[in-house]
Design a protein around this ligand. Structure first.
Ligand code: CA
Ligand code: CA
Ligand code: CA
Length: 619
């Protein structure tokens, strides 16, 4: 009865606390891993029963998802409103499938089927196939990480996300991989089209046999992509670097950098670079080659192909700069299929120009630059005459005699495109004789997060770049620092290996022992439990004598009592000492031996005399 009353009172107290302080939560659930189909038969069930931070592991198998028609024109499968990680066991064999498409007509044209519709930040998904939909994943949130997914396409509206290693070619119609937002990394995907409608995004190492990358906003970085076309429209300050393409197109674009690209003819293209409209764009160190094809007309085979096209019917391309480009094996290096407007462009940087394989000048002073300018000319369409005429686009005053080595081309990237440089100062690769070691590092830019990992364990968040690591265990350690910049890019320091040794060496003297010795010399002999940087001994409290070995003959010891202590310093600098040995030398025995000899002689003599007397008496 009393117990019941106590329980009721306790419950009332708890209720009061909760009512008065609604922020109190009794226990926060630890993140857990839910396995499909073991814990829940479907991913939808698992998502419904998960809480923020959970991981849903999906075993191999095919999982049908139901169409949710509520959000037309989006037909969605699984809606995600919490921070979850969904990890498939294996990309090829973990398949999430929509029912067969029943859309037709207007519905087919104006609706999108979406596998995962994500509204929560920091969503992670990897190792899955998502089929029968237009967009496998649509994210409207920040910090998503989508990797190793085989599906049709991805739609991302958010910042600081990473879309990497996905194959986005699993569709009969080809919706683009859409990127809207800032500071996203779109890396190493197989694509049909990337449509970048945001800024400060890195689009790197994507490829597609018929791939296209379209940029319609400013300050993005496109590098190492291998696609048919990179197309910029109303886009400024972008960097197009080291890509392998058949066509680069700039329409109404200002101050972009196009550098280090290999622009090579393919059946999809007539010209390599179209600078249609805009100014202040810089094209340097590009290979523009092989734009030479034939088409069949009534008059027979006719050649075509243009390394570069300038302008457009109403477009003005002027004050753009071209240098260190290699124009090789093109039917025409530069041309236009329209009237050319504007004040013209720059074909050298004031010191060096481009390599033109049809330049016929010589280089008499051998400085690599032709003696006379190269005339940049090609065809221009003259409207009123309805014909093309040869026209001069400008002059390259310093044409190169040999192709420029575009492998050596570098571009200066903006800070946002780089992760921070993290440089560890301490600890160093050394042994410390303390369990408290100072951690000290530099980061070359502003950070949004910093942390370290000790011995490969979970990252620990830190707010300062100087602190003391305390209570380190004895033995060897590894340490790595991480720092994330304000663009969400994380840099990693080198991993440092260091050792903590706060224990002095243990020294055991084997000889001499605590006893008396009857010689004037004895052996010093001892053991030490670890490598040392110094050893020595002190005899009778005198100054230390350095030892190079742990055995030594102690000679010339005087008679009497002695004491001896051995010292040693370990690699970390800890100094240890042995127990002190007390021993005596009693080597001065000559008077005793003489006395014994005399006594013996006297005794022998006495015995002889005695026997002599006895013998005489008998006679
Ligand atoms: Ca010259
Ligand atoms: Ca940076
Ligand atoms: Ca030690």
């Amino acid at each position: 009865m009393v117990g019941d009353l106590r329980a009721v009172l306790l419950l009332l107290v708890i209720l009061c606390i909760l009512v008065l302080n609604p922020g109190v939560s009794i226990a926060k659930a630890e993140p857990k891993t839910i396995v499909v189909p073991d814990d829940y038969p479907t991913i939808t069930n698992a998502v419904g029963n998960a809480t923020d931070g959970d991981t849903i592991f999906v075993k191999e198998g095919t999982y049908e998802i139901k169409e949710n028609q509520k959000a037309t024109p989006l037909i969605t499968g699984i809606e995600i409103n919490k921070t979850l990680s969904i990890i498939g066991e294996d990309q090829t064999n973990t398949i999430i499938v929509f029912p067969p498409d029943t859309r037709f007509g207007m519905e087919f044209l104006f609706s999108s089927k979406v596998g995962f519709l994500v509204h929560a930040d920091d969503f992670v998904i990897s190792n899955l196939t998502i089929t029968n939909c237009d967009f496998g994943i649509q994210v409207t949130a920040n910090g998503a990480q989508v990797s190793n997914i085989l599906t049709s396409s991805i739609y991302l509206k958010g910042n600081y996300s990473r879309i990497s290693g996905n194959n986005l070619t699993l569709a009969s119609s080809y919706p683009p991989l859409t990127v809207k937002g800032f500071f996203n990394d779109i890396v190493h995907n197989i694509i049909f089209t990337i449509q970048c409608e945001g800024s400060f995004n890195s689009i790197i190492e994507n490829s597609g046999e018929e791939g296209r990358i379209e940029v319609t906003d400013d300050s993005n970085f496109l590098a190492e992509n291998c696609v048919i076309e990179i197309s910029l429209s109303k886009a400024n300050l972008n960097i197009i670097y080291n890509n392998s393409v058949s066509r680069i197109r700039l329409v109404t674009c200002y101050n972009n950098t196009v550098s280090g690209n290999v622009v090579k003819f393919s059946i999809y293209t007539v010209w390599g670079i179209l600078m249609a409209n805009g100014s202040g764009n810089v094209f340097y160190g590009n290979n523009i080659t092989d734009f030479k094809g034939f088409f069949t007309s009534l008059d027979g085979e006719k050649p075509y192909g243009y390394g570069m096209a300038i302008g457009g019917y109403t477009y003005v391309a002027e004050k753009n700069l071209f240098y260190h480009n290699n124009f090789v094996n093109n039917y025409m290096h530069v041309s236009a299929n329209w009237p050319v407007l504007g004040t013209g462009n720059y074909w050298d940087n004031g010191e060096e120009g481009n390599y033109w394989d049809d330049y016929s000048g010589v280089d008499s002073n051998g400085d690599g630059i032709g003696d006379r300018p190269y005339t940049v000319s090609g065809l221009e369409y003259v409207e009123d005459r309805h014909t093309h005429v040869v026209t001069v686009f400008g002059k390259d005053r310093y044409p190169l005699m040999v192709p420029f080595e575009i492998d050596k081309v570098t571009v200066e990237l903006p800070e946002w495109a780089y992760p921070p440089d993290v440089c560890l100062i301490t600890p160093e690769n050394t042994t410390y004789n303390t369990t408290n070691v100072s951690l000290n590092f530099t980061v070359n830019e502003e950070t949004s997060w910093m942390g370290y990992s000790l011995d490969g364990q979970n990252k620990v968040t830190i707010t300062e770049n100087t602190l003391i690591l305390t209570e380190l265990a004895e033995g060897s350690h590894t340490l790595t620092i991480y720092a994330t910049d304000t663009a969400g890019k994380t840099g990693t320091s080198e991993t440092i290996y260091f050792t903590v040794d706060s224990n002095p060496p243990v020294i055991s003297i084997l000889s001499p022992e605590n006893k008396a010795y009857y010689t004037i010399e004895t052996q010093l002999n001892f053991t030490i439990n670890e490598p040392t940087s110094w050893m020595g001994y002190s005899l009778d409290g005198q100054d230390n004598v350095t030892l190079t070995e742990n055995a030594l003959n102690l000679t010339g010891l005087s008679n009497g009592s002695h004491n001896l202590t051995v010292y040693a310093k370990d690699i970390a600098g800890n100094v240890g000492m042995s127990e002190t040995v007390h021993f005596t030398i009693e080597s001065d025995l000559t008077p005793w031996i003489t006395a014994i000899a005399i006594i013996t002689a006297v005794m022998v003599a006495s015995v002889l005399i005695y026997y002599t007397r006895i013998r005489r008496q008998k006679q």
